[in-house]
Design a protein. Structure first.
Length: 464
């Protein structure tokens, strides 16, 4: 077949509008055609900048590219000049996080406060969970990040470590099988439900087969079970946010309608600022579309549990906290205060004592401070990234722009301090160096390294 005929056949195939299921109750037939065409294109990249209270001792930095605001989330921005926002030093330093703008809708509805206990029951890869931890980590709150699929835990671990605060616990359970101690413990619960993923077609992570009736029906049944289980975690007066990355009403409004009909004491709660995106379907919620809103899309709704809020009786202490040194081999790498250390096999983790006193231990995985890959213990990458006031590294080494570019690519640096050293760039922790008389050896994990860092990454264009 000639090249021209192949191109003509491809154009004919592309011009056929694939069936999108039953969207008539939320979109007109003409707009469904526009939506189908929009799903053939990748949505623009977006980022979520680090909250000021989550900077720790680091200084504010500037974005290396221009941006436009995401209208439904105050610290969300569309990337105007780059398709690779993950290739800059500012991203390596966790000054911002890459996240689809649509997924920020659920965060806006969740509206986390610094003192709250929050559960994310389907947390991986950690985009929303890391945003929650940015709020509760510097405060007195707590995050339970649950991910049923064990293969997705490394990404969740890594993204929570990048935030730099240890006020979290990671579990891997089906939401229906979470431990009884979590029942009615949370001010807010997020259910970012597994779904057909119809909105991921534009990102080439899903096909139009996601719109078939059989897949939608299967996902909707699973979502009903998950949201019912998650509701058991909410304390009276608390809230639950349900979200998906699918357009199907069967997986969105219908799931909530069934939930409300079978669970007493719950109601849909609206947010006046989001009225522009309100769904036309009862019982309510909010919808984003790629052809309207420059994102992959989203559905999210906030539910409120009736009842008087329970007064928080959780433990707090005003006693002066003594520093516990962390010795790795013959080296003291730093010290922590107010932490409860837990060794599980070849991993040593730490949880703030005020949280530990409220829980039955062990209850999951916590912020790692050391690990033993073979015979010897090594300090954890997560420890180097901590920004809380209860961690003090023995040595830090501030890198120039060029040194930081070399470091995040996995290169060793010229000789400097001896022993274990936290490398920082503009005050932001990047990872461990281990110095000897000849050089500073790079101990950055392979998963955290960048293959290419633009030389212009330090050029300021947009103030955080």
């Amino acid at each position: 077949m000639s090249k021209q005929k192949k191109q003509h056949r491809h154009k004919q195939k592309a011009s056929v509008v694939p069936p999108l299921g039953n969207l008539d109750c939320v979109l007109s037939s003409s707009e469904q055609v526009v939506l189908a065409e929009a799903l053939r294109e990748r949505p623009p990249k977006a980022i979520r900048i680090r909250l000021p209270q989550a900077h720790g001792p680091a200084e504010e930095v500037f974005l290396p590219f221009s941006t436009e605001s995401v209208p439904w989330y105050p610290v969300g921005f569309f990337c105007s000049e780059t398709h690779q926002p993950g290739r800059f030093l500012e991203h390596a330093a966790a000054a911002y996080f890459i996240q689809d703008a649509g997924s920020m809708l659920a965060l806006r509805l969740l509206d986390v406060q610094p003192h709250e206990w929050v559960a994310d029951v389907c947390a991986a890869p950690g985009g929303k969970a890391s945003a929650i931890l940015e709020q509760v980590g510097p405060g007195s709150g707590f995050l339970l990040a649950n991910e049923p699929i064990r293969g997705r835990l490394p990404a969740l671990d890594f993204n929570l470590a990048r935030v730099g605060f240890p006020r979290y616990c990671i579990t891997s359970k089906d939401p229906e099988r979470l431990e009884p101690q979590w029942t009615k413990q949370f001010d807010a619960v997020l259910v970012d439900a597994p779904c057909t993923g119809q909105m991921l077609v534009g990102k080439a992570k899903q096909s139009f087969a996601a719109f078939t009736e059989s897949q939608v029906t299967h996902s909707a049944a699973r979502q009903q079970r998950i949201v019912s289980a998650a509701a058991q975690l909410v304390r009276p007066g608390g809230r639950l946010v349900y979200s998906t990355c699918t357009f199907a009403p069967d997986e969105n409004e219908d799931v909530i309608e069934t939930f409300l009909a079978t669970h007493d004491g719950w109601c849909v709660e609206t947010v006046a600022d989001l009225q522009t995106w309100q769904t036309p379907r009862s019982p309510g919620g909010y919808r984003l579309y790629p052809h309207r809103d420059r994102c992959a899309g989203a559905y999210a709704v906030r539910l409120r549990l009736m009842g008087e809020p329970i007064v928080n009786q959780r433990y707090s202490s005003k006693k002066e906290m003594k520093e516990d040194l962390l010795v790795v081999g013959e080296d003291t790498v730093g010290g922590t205060r107010g932490g409860y250390r837990i060794q599980q096999a070849n991993h040593l983790a730490e949880l703030p004592q005020d949280i530990e006193r409220c829980l039955e231990m062990p209850c999951g995985r916590h912020s790692e401070i050391a690990y033993r890959p073979a015979k010897h213990w090594l300090p954890s990458h997560a420890l180097a990234l901590r920004r809380d006031k209860y961690w003090r590294p023995c040595l830090t080494y501030e890198l120039s722009d060029r040194e930081a570019q070399n470091f995040v690519q996995g290169l060793s640096l010229p000789a400097g301090p001896l022993g274990w050293v936290v490398a920082t760039w503009r005050g932001h922790p990047l990872g461990w160096l281990r110095g000897n008389k000849e050089r500073l050896n790079n101990r950055l994990p392979a998963s955290a390294r960048l293959g290419f860092v633009p030389v212009s990454s330090s050029v300021a264009k947009e103030n955080l």
